[in-house]
Design a protein around this ligand. Structure first.
Ligand SMILES: Nc1ncnc2c1ncn2[C@@H]1O[C@H](COP(=O)(O)OP(=O)(O)OP(=O)(O)O)[C@@H](O)[C@H]1O
Length: 249
C-alpha cells in the first residue's frame, strides 16, 4: 500500500462526517467514518434504519459532499471538485442502480440502456450496447419495452444502463427491494457475476441478509459508524448480527 493508503481502492472515505439539518434539528448521519472499497470487490452495507447507509452511498458516489473528511473515487479526490467536476466524475466513473428501475416505458431495453450516454451527447457503439445487455443476460430482450419484461428483467436493464460506460464502481441502493424472491436471487447472481467475471467493484445497500450473503464482505453501520464487518458472509450470520444491532438501536 502506498503512503496515501489507497492502493487498489476503488473508493475510499477518510474521516468523513456528514450532518443533515441545522441547529437543534441537526443529525449526524456519518460520524468520522473511514472505509475502503477495494477494486474488484463486492461489499454489502447493512444497518438499522437511520444508521447512515444511504448517506454513505451518496457521499461515496459524489452525489453529496461530506462536511469534513475526504472521498477518493478511482484515484480522484472528489471532495476537491466543484459541482460540475463531480457531475462529470459521476457520469464517467460511477454507475447507480436504485430500488425503482426508472426505465422510460416508451423506449426499448437497448434504448433505455443507451439513453444516459446519448443525453450526454456521446455516440453509443452497438457492440458496447450489446455487451452491456449480454453482461446481465438480456441480449435476447434488446427490442422489448419495459412492459414486456418482468420486474427482475427490468432491474437487469437498469444494471446494463449503469454499466454501459464501464464505471469504476457500481453503487446499488436496495436493488432487490421491489423484486420477488426468484427475481431477486437472479439479480444478485448477476451482480456477483459482474464482480467474479469482469472484476466490477460493487457497493450495495440492503436490508436483506440473503442479499448481503452474495457479497464478499458485509459492513455493519450504526449511528453513522462502522461497528462491524463480516468476510464471506452467510445469511444466518448476517441476520444474527442485524438482530443484535437492531436490539441495541
Ligand atoms: N435530508 C435530510 N435532512 C435531515 N435529516 C436527514 C436527511 N437525510 C437523512 N437524514 C437523517 O440522517 C440519518 C441517516 O439517514 P440515512 O438515510 O443515511 O439512513 P439509512 O441507514 O439509509 O436509513 P434507511 O435504512 O431507513 O433508509 C437519519 O437519522 C435520517 O433521519
Amino acid at each position: 500500500m502506498d503512503s496515501d493508503g489507497d492502493a487498489g481502492g476503488a473508493v475510499r472515505l477518510l474521516e468523513v462526517t456528514k450532518r443533515h439539518g441545522r441547529g437543534s434539528a441537526a443529525v449526524t448521519a456519518l460520524d468520522d467514518l473511514t472505509v475502503d472499497f477495494a477494486a474488484g470487490s463486492f461489499t454489502a452495507i447493512m444497518g438499522p434504519s437511520g444508521s447512515g447507509k444511504s448517506t454513505l452511498l451518496q457521499c461515496a458516489a459524489g452525489l453529496d459532499l461530506p462536511d469534513t473528511g475526504d472521498v477518493r473515487l478511482d484515484g480522484v479526490e472528489l471532495t476537491r471538485l466543484g459541482e460540475a467536476g463531480r457531475a462529470r466524475l459521476r457520469r464517467e466513473r460511477v454507475g447507480f442502480v436504485f430500488q425503482a428501475f426508472n426505465l422510460l416505458p416508451a423506449l426499448t431495453a437497448e434504448q433505455n440502456v443507451a439513453l444516459p450516454l446519448r443525453l450526454a451527447g456521446r455516440r453509443v457503439p452497438r457492440a458496447a450496447l450489446r455487451g452491456a445487455l449480454a453482461a446481465v443476460g438480456l441480449e435476447d430482450r434488446a427490442r422489448h419495452r419495459p412492459s414486456e419484461l418482468s420486474g427482475g428483467q427490468q432491474q437487469r436493464v437498469a444494471i446494463a444502463r449503469a454499466l454501459l460506460h464501464r464505471p469504476a464502481v457500481l453503487f446499488a441502493d436496495e436493488p432487490t427491494g421491489a423484486l420477488d424472491t426468484t427475481s431477486a436471487r437472479r439479480m444478485l447472481g448477476t451482480l456477483r457475476g459482474l464482480t467474479d467475471r469482469d472484476g466490477q467493484t460493487v457497493v450495495m445497500v440492503t436490508h436483506d441478509p440473503i442479499a448481503a450473503a452474495h457479497a464478499d464482505r458485509v459492513l455493519f453501520l450504526a449511528d453513522g459508524r462502522i461497528v462491524g464487518a463480516m468476510e464471506r458472509p452467510t445469511a444466518e450470520g448476517v441476520a444474527a448480527r442485524m438482530t443484535q444491532l437492531e436490539q441495541a438501536a
